[in-house]
Design a protein around this ligand. Structure first.
Ligand code: ACO
Length: 404
Protein backbone atom coordinates (compact mmCIF):
# COMPACT_ATOMS: atom_id res chain seq x y z
CA UNK A 1 0.00 0.00 0.00
CA UNK A 2 1.36 3.48 -0.85
CA UNK A 3 1.20 5.69 2.20
CA UNK A 4 -0.37 9.12 1.81
CA UNK A 5 1.86 12.04 2.89
CA UNK A 6 0.57 12.19 6.46
CA UNK A 7 -2.87 11.05 7.49
CA UNK A 8 -4.56 12.64 10.44
CA UNK A 9 -5.29 10.42 13.41
CA UNK A 10 -8.33 10.66 15.66
CA UNK A 11 -9.22 8.94 18.89
CA UNK A 12 -12.63 7.48 18.09
CA UNK A 13 -13.29 4.88 20.80
CA UNK A 14 -12.57 4.30 24.49
CA UNK A 15 -13.52 1.67 27.06
CA UNK A 16 -12.42 0.16 30.34
CA UNK A 17 -12.95 -2.92 32.46
CA UNK A 18 -12.42 -3.33 36.20
CA UNK A 19 -12.91 -6.70 37.92
CA UNK A 20 -15.63 -6.65 40.57
CA UNK A 21 -13.62 -8.02 43.52
CA UNK A 22 -12.35 -5.20 45.78
CA UNK A 23 -9.27 -5.39 48.07
CA UNK A 24 -9.38 -2.56 50.61
CA UNK A 25 -6.60 -1.10 52.74
CA UNK A 26 -8.30 -2.77 55.72
CA UNK A 27 -7.88 -6.15 53.96
CA UNK A 28 -4.17 -5.40 53.50
CA UNK A 29 -3.86 -4.56 57.21
CA UNK A 30 -4.65 -8.26 57.80
CA UNK A 31 -1.83 -9.38 55.48
CA UNK A 32 1.14 -7.08 56.20
CA UNK A 33 2.25 -4.57 58.83
CA UNK A 34 0.55 -1.51 57.36
CA UNK A 35 -2.40 0.76 58.01
CA UNK A 36 -5.13 2.51 56.07
CA UNK A 37 -3.73 5.83 57.38
CA UNK A 38 -0.23 5.10 56.07
CA UNK A 39 -1.42 3.95 52.66
CA UNK A 40 -3.85 6.86 52.18
CA UNK A 41 -1.42 9.54 53.38
CA UNK A 42 1.59 8.19 51.41
CA UNK A 43 -0.19 7.14 48.22
CA UNK A 44 -3.85 8.27 48.12
CA UNK A 45 -4.96 4.66 47.44
CA UNK A 46 -8.03 3.37 49.32
CA UNK A 47 -8.84 0.18 47.43
CA UNK A 48 -7.91 -1.77 44.32
CA UNK A 49 -9.51 -4.48 42.16
CA UNK A 50 -8.51 -8.14 42.02
CA UNK A 51 -9.21 -10.32 38.98
CA UNK A 52 -11.19 -13.52 39.61
CA UNK A 53 -9.55 -16.91 39.01
CA UNK A 54 -11.23 -17.30 35.60
CA UNK A 55 -10.01 -13.88 34.41
CA UNK A 56 -6.71 -13.07 32.72
CA UNK A 57 -4.88 -10.14 31.17
CA UNK A 58 -6.28 -11.19 27.78
CA UNK A 59 -9.88 -11.57 28.98
CA UNK A 60 -9.88 -8.15 30.69
CA UNK A 61 -8.18 -6.58 27.67
CA UNK A 62 -10.76 -8.14 25.35
CA UNK A 63 -13.69 -6.66 27.33
CA UNK A 64 -12.08 -3.18 27.40
CA UNK A 65 -11.18 -3.52 23.71
CA UNK A 66 -14.72 -4.50 22.66
CA UNK A 67 -16.09 -1.56 24.65
CA UNK A 68 -13.71 0.82 22.83
CA UNK A 69 -14.73 -0.68 19.46
CA UNK A 70 -18.42 -0.29 20.41
CA UNK A 71 -17.82 3.38 21.36
CA UNK A 72 -16.10 3.98 18.02
CA UNK A 73 -19.16 2.60 16.22
CA UNK A 74 -17.07 -0.12 14.57
CA UNK A 75 -17.19 -3.92 14.32
CA UNK A 76 -14.29 -6.03 15.64
CA UNK A 77 -13.29 -6.93 12.08
CA UNK A 78 -12.79 -3.26 11.19
CA UNK A 79 -9.62 -3.27 13.33
CA UNK A 80 -6.37 -3.61 11.33
CA UNK A 81 -3.86 -3.78 14.19
CA UNK A 82 -4.13 -4.70 17.88
CA UNK A 83 -1.38 -3.38 20.17
CA UNK A 84 -1.45 -4.40 23.84
CA UNK A 85 0.75 -2.90 26.57
CA UNK A 86 1.34 -5.16 29.57
CA UNK A 87 3.97 -6.38 31.99
CA UNK A 88 1.74 -9.27 33.10
CA UNK A 89 1.02 -11.22 29.88
CA UNK A 90 -1.05 -14.42 29.96
CA UNK A 91 2.01 -16.33 28.66
CA UNK A 92 5.52 -15.48 27.45
CA UNK A 93 4.24 -16.57 24.09
CA UNK A 94 1.97 -16.16 22.23
CA UNK A 95 1.37 -12.47 22.72
CA UNK A 96 -1.61 -11.49 24.81
CA UNK A 97 -2.74 -9.32 21.86
CA UNK A 98 -3.05 -12.52 19.76
CA UNK A 99 -5.37 -14.04 22.39
CA UNK A 100 -7.40 -10.83 22.45
CA UNK A 101 -7.74 -10.90 18.67
CA UNK A 102 -9.42 -14.31 18.82
CA UNK A 103 -11.54 -13.40 21.85
CA UNK A 104 -13.02 -10.29 20.22
CA UNK A 105 -13.79 -12.16 16.99
CA UNK A 106 -11.36 -10.30 14.74
CA UNK A 107 -10.08 -12.23 11.72
CA UNK A 108 -7.91 -9.62 9.98
CA UNK A 109 -5.65 -7.74 12.40
CA UNK A 110 -1.96 -8.12 13.09
CA UNK A 111 -1.50 -8.27 16.85
CA UNK A 112 1.47 -7.78 19.17
CA UNK A 113 2.40 -6.74 22.71
CA UNK A 114 4.42 -3.74 23.80
CA UNK A 115 6.65 -4.05 26.87
CA UNK A 116 7.27 -0.68 28.44
CA UNK A 117 5.79 -1.42 31.89
CA UNK A 118 3.47 1.35 33.11
CA UNK A 119 4.28 3.43 30.01
CA UNK A 120 3.12 0.53 27.79
CA UNK A 121 -0.21 2.09 26.80
CA UNK A 122 1.41 5.41 25.84
CA UNK A 123 4.12 3.59 23.86
CA UNK A 124 1.37 1.59 22.14
CA UNK A 125 -0.54 4.78 21.38
CA UNK A 126 2.57 6.29 19.77
CA UNK A 127 3.07 3.11 17.69
CA UNK A 128 -0.57 3.12 16.57
CA UNK A 129 -0.30 6.79 15.56
CA UNK A 130 2.77 6.00 13.45
CA UNK A 131 1.02 3.04 11.78
CA UNK A 132 -1.91 5.22 10.75
CA UNK A 133 0.23 8.18 9.67
CA UNK A 134 2.32 5.82 7.54
CA UNK A 135 -0.82 4.49 5.84
CA UNK A 136 -0.33 0.97 7.22
CA UNK A 137 -3.63 0.86 9.09
CA UNK A 138 -6.99 2.60 9.22
CA UNK A 139 -8.22 1.52 12.67
CA UNK A 140 -5.89 0.44 15.48
CA UNK A 141 -7.00 -0.93 18.85
CA UNK A 142 -4.60 0.03 21.66
CA UNK A 143 -5.07 -1.78 24.97
CA UNK A 144 -3.42 -1.54 28.37
CA UNK A 145 -4.25 -4.61 30.48
CA UNK A 146 -2.66 -5.83 33.71
CA UNK A 147 -3.16 -8.61 36.22
CA UNK A 148 -0.60 -7.43 38.76
CA UNK A 149 -2.04 -9.10 41.85
CA UNK A 150 -0.65 -12.46 40.64
CA UNK A 151 2.90 -11.05 40.56
CA UNK A 152 2.92 -9.36 43.97
CA UNK A 153 4.76 -10.49 47.06
CA UNK A 154 2.04 -10.27 49.71
CA UNK A 155 4.70 -10.24 52.44
CA UNK A 156 6.32 -7.05 51.04
CA UNK A 157 4.40 -4.04 52.32
CA UNK A 158 6.44 -1.72 50.09
CA UNK A 159 4.87 -3.11 46.90
CA UNK A 160 1.71 -5.14 47.62
CA UNK A 161 -0.28 -2.10 48.74
CA UNK A 162 0.25 -0.23 45.49
CA UNK A 163 -1.04 -2.34 42.62
CA UNK A 164 -4.37 -3.56 41.24
CA UNK A 165 -5.90 -5.24 38.17
CA UNK A 166 -7.86 -3.89 35.20
CA UNK A 167 -7.82 -2.91 31.54
CA UNK A 168 -8.48 0.10 29.34
CA UNK A 169 -8.47 0.61 25.58
CA UNK A 170 -8.84 3.15 22.80
CA UNK A 171 -9.42 2.97 19.05
CA UNK A 172 -7.38 5.30 16.84
CA UNK A 173 -8.68 5.89 13.32
CA UNK A 174 -7.41 7.54 10.16
CA UNK A 175 -9.43 10.61 9.31
CA UNK A 176 -9.97 12.68 6.18
CA UNK A 177 -10.86 15.64 8.41
CA UNK A 178 -7.96 17.94 9.28
CA UNK A 179 -6.91 17.33 12.88
CA UNK A 180 -4.52 19.28 15.12
CA UNK A 181 -1.09 17.68 15.28
CA UNK A 182 -0.53 15.09 18.01
CA UNK A 183 2.47 15.79 20.26
CA UNK A 184 4.32 12.65 21.39
CA UNK A 185 7.36 12.27 23.65
CA UNK A 186 8.87 8.91 24.72
CA UNK A 187 11.95 8.44 26.94
CA UNK A 188 13.92 5.46 28.29
CA UNK A 189 16.63 5.69 30.97
CA UNK A 190 18.25 2.26 31.40
CA UNK A 191 20.16 3.28 34.55
CA UNK A 192 16.80 2.65 36.23
CA UNK A 193 16.70 -0.93 34.91
CA UNK A 194 16.75 -2.63 38.31
CA UNK A 195 14.63 -0.12 40.21
CA UNK A 196 11.36 -1.88 39.32
CA UNK A 197 11.86 -5.38 38.01
CA UNK A 198 10.80 -8.97 38.05
CA UNK A 199 14.06 -10.90 38.43
CA UNK A 200 13.30 -14.47 37.30
CA UNK A 201 11.50 -16.20 34.46
CA UNK A 202 13.53 -14.64 31.65
CA UNK A 203 16.61 -16.00 29.91
CA UNK A 204 19.03 -14.70 32.59
CA UNK A 205 17.24 -16.57 35.38
CA UNK A 206 14.92 -19.22 33.90
CA UNK A 207 12.27 -20.58 36.27
CA UNK A 208 13.58 -23.16 38.75
CA UNK A 209 12.71 -24.42 42.20
CA UNK A 210 15.42 -22.06 43.47
CA UNK A 211 13.97 -18.94 41.80
CA UNK A 212 10.56 -19.88 43.18
CA UNK A 213 11.92 -20.47 46.69
CA UNK A 214 13.65 -17.07 46.61
CA UNK A 215 10.46 -15.31 45.52
CA UNK A 216 12.15 -14.05 42.36
CA UNK A 217 9.00 -14.27 40.27
CA UNK A 218 7.42 -11.35 42.11
CA UNK A 219 7.75 -7.61 41.43
CA UNK A 220 10.54 -5.81 43.29
CA UNK A 221 10.86 -2.10 43.58
CA UNK A 222 13.08 0.61 45.05
CA UNK A 223 10.19 2.88 46.03
CA UNK A 224 12.12 6.05 46.86
CA UNK A 225 14.27 5.97 43.70
CA UNK A 226 11.20 5.30 41.57
CA UNK A 227 9.41 8.18 43.28
CA UNK A 228 12.34 10.52 42.55
CA UNK A 229 12.44 9.46 38.89
CA UNK A 230 8.70 9.96 38.51
CA UNK A 231 8.60 13.42 40.08
CA UNK A 232 11.67 14.49 38.04
CA UNK A 233 10.45 13.15 34.71
CA UNK A 234 6.65 13.25 34.40
CA UNK A 235 6.28 17.03 34.10
CA UNK A 236 9.20 17.36 31.65
CA UNK A 237 7.88 14.52 29.45
CA UNK A 238 4.40 16.07 29.44
CA UNK A 239 5.87 19.49 28.61
CA UNK A 240 7.87 18.07 25.70
CA UNK A 241 4.69 16.51 24.21
CA UNK A 242 2.78 19.77 24.78
CA UNK A 243 5.55 21.69 22.97
CA UNK A 244 5.47 19.24 20.03
CA UNK A 245 1.71 19.83 19.71
CA UNK A 246 2.47 23.55 19.45
CA UNK A 247 0.86 24.50 22.79
CA UNK A 248 2.00 25.81 26.15
CA UNK A 249 0.88 24.17 29.39
CA UNK A 250 -1.72 26.95 29.90
CA UNK A 251 -3.55 25.56 26.85
CA UNK A 252 -4.05 22.14 28.49
CA UNK A 253 -7.62 21.41 29.66
CA UNK A 254 -7.03 18.02 31.25
CA UNK A 255 -4.03 15.89 32.16
CA UNK A 256 -4.64 12.15 32.52
CA UNK A 257 -1.54 10.94 34.35
CA UNK A 258 -0.40 7.44 35.26
CA UNK A 259 -2.20 6.67 38.53
CA UNK A 260 0.70 5.56 40.74
CA UNK A 261 0.67 7.89 43.73
CA UNK A 262 -1.32 11.06 44.38
CA UNK A 263 1.83 12.77 45.74
CA UNK A 264 3.56 12.12 42.40
CA UNK A 265 0.51 13.54 40.58
CA UNK A 266 0.55 16.63 42.83
CA UNK A 267 4.23 17.10 41.98
CA UNK A 268 3.34 16.99 38.27
CA UNK A 269 0.66 19.63 38.80
CA UNK A 270 3.22 21.79 40.60
CA UNK A 271 5.86 21.18 37.93
CA UNK A 272 3.41 22.26 35.22
CA UNK A 273 1.96 25.07 37.34
CA UNK A 274 -1.55 23.69 36.81
CA UNK A 275 -4.31 23.42 39.43
CA UNK A 276 -5.34 19.89 40.51
CA UNK A 277 -8.80 20.55 38.96
CA UNK A 278 -7.14 20.12 35.57
CA UNK A 279 -5.72 16.72 36.51
CA UNK A 280 -7.79 13.53 36.58
CA UNK A 281 -7.29 11.23 39.56
CA UNK A 282 -9.00 7.87 40.24
CA UNK A 283 -6.19 5.95 41.96
CA UNK A 284 -8.10 5.98 45.25
CA UNK A 285 -10.37 3.30 43.70
CA UNK A 286 -7.94 1.27 41.59
CA UNK A 287 -4.38 1.77 42.85
CA UNK A 288 -1.66 1.48 40.24
CA UNK A 289 -2.86 -0.67 37.33
CA UNK A 290 0.36 -0.08 35.36
CA UNK A 291 -0.27 0.02 31.58
CA UNK A 292 -4.03 -0.03 32.19
CA UNK A 293 -4.06 3.06 34.39
CA UNK A 294 -4.09 5.83 31.74
CA UNK A 295 -6.77 4.26 29.49
CA UNK A 296 -8.99 3.39 32.49
CA UNK A 297 -8.63 6.97 33.78
CA UNK A 298 -9.26 8.41 30.30
CA UNK A 299 -12.46 6.39 29.78
CA UNK A 300 -13.77 7.38 33.21
CA UNK A 301 -12.86 11.06 32.72
CA UNK A 302 -14.70 11.18 29.38
CA UNK A 303 -17.74 9.23 30.62
CA UNK A 304 -17.96 11.48 33.70
CA UNK A 305 -18.22 14.56 31.46
CA UNK A 306 -14.74 15.93 32.17
CA UNK A 307 -13.89 16.18 28.43
CA UNK A 308 -15.61 18.07 25.59
CA UNK A 309 -14.93 18.42 21.87
CA UNK A 310 -12.00 20.79 21.30
CA UNK A 311 -10.39 20.14 24.71
CA UNK A 312 -6.64 19.72 24.79
CA UNK A 313 -5.76 16.53 26.62
CA UNK A 314 -2.41 15.12 27.75
CA UNK A 315 -1.75 11.50 28.79
CA UNK A 316 1.50 10.98 30.65
CA UNK A 317 3.01 7.86 32.21
CA UNK A 318 6.25 6.53 33.69
CA UNK A 319 7.38 3.06 34.61
CA UNK A 320 10.02 0.37 34.83
CA UNK A 321 12.89 0.75 32.45
CA UNK A 322 12.85 3.59 33.47
CA UNK A 323 10.44 4.68 30.73
CA UNK A 324 8.18 7.66 30.36
CA UNK A 325 5.79 8.79 27.65
CA UNK A 326 3.27 11.52 26.92
CA UNK A 327 0.69 12.24 24.23
CA UNK A 328 -0.90 15.67 23.69
CA UNK A 329 -4.05 15.65 21.51
CA UNK A 330 -7.13 17.67 20.76
CA UNK A 331 -10.35 15.80 21.61
CA UNK A 332 -12.66 15.34 18.60
CA UNK A 333 -15.11 12.53 19.49
CA UNK A 334 -18.59 12.98 20.98
CA UNK A 335 -17.96 12.28 24.69
CA UNK A 336 -21.49 10.80 25.10
CA UNK A 337 -20.66 7.87 22.81
CA UNK A 338 -18.97 5.80 25.53
CA UNK A 339 -21.74 5.90 28.11
CA UNK A 340 -23.53 2.66 27.15
CA UNK A 341 -20.41 0.59 26.39
CA UNK A 342 -20.37 -1.15 29.80
CA UNK A 343 -23.96 -2.33 29.33
CA UNK A 344 -23.49 -3.25 25.66
CA UNK A 345 -20.42 -5.44 26.30
CA UNK A 346 -20.78 -7.72 29.33
CA UNK A 347 -17.70 -9.58 30.58
CA UNK A 348 -19.57 -12.89 30.80
CA UNK A 349 -20.05 -12.87 27.02
CA UNK A 350 -16.30 -12.55 26.27
CA UNK A 351 -14.16 -15.70 26.29
CA UNK A 352 -10.49 -16.41 25.77
CA UNK A 353 -10.02 -19.95 24.40
CA UNK A 354 -8.17 -22.07 27.00
CA UNK A 355 -5.22 -24.24 25.94
CA UNK A 356 -5.83 -27.95 25.28
CA UNK A 357 -4.30 -30.61 27.58
CA UNK A 358 -3.75 -28.02 30.30
CA UNK A 359 -4.18 -29.14 33.91
CA UNK A 360 -5.97 -26.29 35.59
CA UNK A 361 -4.00 -24.34 38.18
CA UNK A 362 -5.33 -22.03 40.85
CA UNK A 363 -3.79 -18.71 39.88
CA UNK A 364 -4.74 -16.67 42.95
CA UNK A 365 -1.87 -16.21 45.46
CA UNK A 366 -2.70 -18.15 48.66
CA UNK A 367 -2.35 -15.13 50.99
CA UNK A 368 -4.77 -13.14 48.87
CA UNK A 369 -7.27 -15.98 48.50
CA UNK A 370 -7.41 -16.38 52.28
CA UNK A 371 -8.18 -12.70 52.95
CA UNK A 372 -10.75 -12.49 50.16
CA UNK A 373 -12.48 -15.64 51.47
CA UNK A 374 -12.94 -14.10 54.93
CA UNK A 375 -14.65 -10.74 54.44
CA UNK A 376 -14.26 -8.24 57.23
CA UNK A 377 -17.26 -7.74 59.49
CA UNK A 378 -19.33 -4.72 58.57
CA UNK A 379 -17.58 -1.66 59.99
CA UNK A 380 -20.49 -0.14 61.95
CA UNK A 381 -20.68 0.86 65.57
CA UNK A 382 -23.28 -1.56 66.89
CA UNK A 383 -22.52 -0.99 70.59
CA UNK A 384 -25.81 0.72 71.33
CA UNK A 385 -27.95 -1.65 69.27
CA UNK A 386 -29.62 -4.18 71.60
CA UNK A 387 -26.42 -5.57 73.22
CA UNK A 388 -28.46 -7.91 75.48
CA UNK A 389 -32.07 -8.33 76.32
CA UNK A 390 -33.73 -4.94 76.47
CA UNK A 391 -34.04 -3.69 80.07
CA UNK A 392 -37.63 -3.96 81.41
CA UNK A 393 -39.50 -0.72 81.03
CA UNK A 394 -39.47 1.39 84.21
CA UNK A 395 -42.64 3.26 85.29
CA UNK A 396 -42.32 6.99 84.73
CA UNK A 397 -41.57 8.79 88.08
CA UNK A 398 -44.67 10.64 89.36
CA UNK A 399 -44.63 14.29 88.45
CA UNK A 400 -43.63 16.51 91.42
CA UNK A 401 -45.73 19.60 92.12
CA UNK A 402 -43.77 22.70 91.21
CA UNK A 403 -43.25 24.98 94.25
CA UNK A 404 -43.50 28.70 93.61
N1 ACO B 1 2.92 0.50 55.53
C1 ACO B 1 3.55 1.05 56.56
N2 ACO B 1 4.85 1.43 56.50
C2 ACO B 1 5.50 1.24 55.32
C3 ACO B 1 4.87 0.68 54.20
C4 ACO B 1 3.53 0.30 54.34
N3 ACO B 1 2.81 -0.25 53.34
N4 ACO B 1 5.75 0.62 53.20
C5 ACO B 1 6.90 1.15 53.66
N5 ACO B 1 6.75 1.52 54.95
C6 ACO B 1 7.72 2.12 55.86
C7 ACO B 1 9.14 1.88 55.42
O1 ACO B 1 9.59 0.63 55.90
C8 ACO B 1 9.85 3.04 56.05
O2 ACO B 1 10.07 2.74 57.40
P1 ACO B 1 11.45 3.20 58.11
O3 ACO B 1 11.43 4.70 58.04
O4 ACO B 1 11.29 2.64 59.50
O5 ACO B 1 12.53 2.58 57.28
C9 ACO B 1 8.82 4.18 56.02
O6 ACO B 1 7.55 3.54 55.82
C10 ACO B 1 9.05 5.16 54.89
O7 ACO B 1 9.33 4.40 53.70
P2 ACO B 1 9.56 5.10 52.31
O8 ACO B 1 9.86 4.05 51.31
O9 ACO B 1 10.51 6.24 52.46
O10 ACO B 1 8.11 5.71 52.06
P3 ACO B 1 7.68 6.70 50.95
O11 ACO B 1 7.10 7.91 51.54
O12 ACO B 1 8.76 6.87 49.92
O13 ACO B 1 6.49 5.89 50.27
C11 ACO B 1 6.08 4.55 48.31
C12 ACO B 1 6.73 4.62 49.69
C13 ACO B 1 4.59 4.75 48.50
C14 ACO B 1 6.35 3.18 47.72
C15 ACO B 1 6.66 5.68 47.43
O14 ACO B 1 8.06 5.65 47.48
C16 ACO B 1 6.24 5.57 45.99
O15 ACO B 1 5.07 5.76 45.65
N6 ACO B 1 7.18 5.29 45.11
C17 ACO B 1 6.87 5.19 43.68
C18 ACO B 1 6.35 3.79 43.42
C19 ACO B 1 5.72 3.68 42.08
O16 ACO B 1 5.04 4.57 41.63
N7 ACO B 1 5.90 2.53 41.46
C20 ACO B 1 5.25 2.22 40.26
C21 ACO B 1 6.13 2.34 39.12
S1 ACO B 1 5.30 2.01 37.70
C22 ACO B 1 5.73 0.47 37.01
O17 ACO B 1 6.33 0.43 35.99
C23 ACO B 1 5.33 -0.77 37.68
Amino acid sequence: MTPPASRSVRLTGWGRYAPSQVLTNADLERMVDTSDDWIVSRTGIRERRVAAAHESTASMGAVAGLRAIHTAGLRPDDIDVIILGTLTPDYWMPSTAALVKEAIGNTRASAFDVMAACSGFVYGYATATAYIQAGLAKHVLVIGSELLTRFLDFTDRGTCILFGDGAGAVVLSASEEPTSPVGIELTTEPQGAYMIWLPAGGSVAPPSTETIAKGQHKIRMEGRETYRFATRTLASTALAAVGKAGWTQDDVDLIVPHQANVRIIEAVAKGLDLPMERIYVNLDRYGNTSAASVPIALAEAVNEGRVKVGDRIVFVAFGAGFTSGAVALEWTADPARGRDADDAIRPESVHVRPPVDWDSVDPIPAALAEVLARPLPVDLDLSDVVPDEPAPAQPEPAAQPVSR
